[in-house]
Ligand binder design. Sequence first.
Ligand SMILES: Nc1ncnc2c1ncn2[C@@H]1O[C@H](COP(=O)(O)OP(=O)(O)OP(=O)(O)O)[C@@H](O)[C@H]1O
Ligand SMILES: [Mg+2]
Length: 249
Amino acid sequence: MITLRDVSKSYDGTVKAVDNITLTVQSGEIFGFLGPNGAGKTTTIKMITGILTPDQGSILVGGHDIVREPLAAKCSFGFVPDDPHIFPRLKAIEYLRFIGDIYHVSTEERVSRIDLLSRRFGLKDVLNDRIQSYSHGMRQKLMIIGALLPAPDVWILDEPMTGLDPRSSYILKEMMREHADCGKTVFFSTHILDVAEKICDRLAIIDQGRIMFCGTIQEMRNHFSSESSLETMFLDLVGGTAENEAGGV
Ligand SMILES: Nc1ncnc2c1ncn2[C@@H]1O[C@H](COP(=O)(O)OP(=O)(O)OP(=O)(O)O)[C@@H](O)[C@H]1O
Ligand SMILES: [Mg+2]
């Protein structure tokens, strides 16, 4: 479970990248975080994961306050950032062993999880290669394997499908579903509205740092009193339609 209460953040002290948002991501759900470029998704995720400190408000992850109990909170989640640039000189297996050491994953669990996850994502045969030789998609998959290696209850993924081939993307979505169905939490940002529409139990749309909508797709349809696609409703909410762009002229 993730809870944000009245959270704000500005980078230069004036424009708020995140403006007083309150959200609860329940256990047992896949929660999608949507919004246009620069809306505040990554800033929010960086605050949830303790990379940035909120100017105001509180954040609980797995029942722990990320500012007051950072270690306990960080032990409860796995995080895949939007930029998979990590330790290029390490071999992939060295990176995974390093993660295993930090999170105290036993040798037995480590071996079986690395084997399972690397087979699932097709990296088993290249684990002894250096990360610098990996493609963008391979690095992304390695980040995902590393994040899941400690078997965290809460998954936090910033645009995790970017750069993944269709098969890997399918496998990740399948794993997200399995994880939520076990009563665990999945929070992810995406620009792929089709994916959000298919797999999210609930979603939030953020624009200019503010939550424009939070709920199920059906609740959004009820709000718009229509059977519109998520794309149409999204563009209506964030002002991206041709009519809106024309500013009513
Ligand atoms: N390090 C930074 N310094 C100053 N401003 C920043 C910084 N990082 C982000 N911003 C600003 O904060 C706002 C929110 O950015 P953020 O990266 O959270 O958006 P996002 O929703 O993740 O966008 P995208 O979909 O492009 O990833 C933007 O206006 C951005 O320019
Ligand atoms: Mg972002």
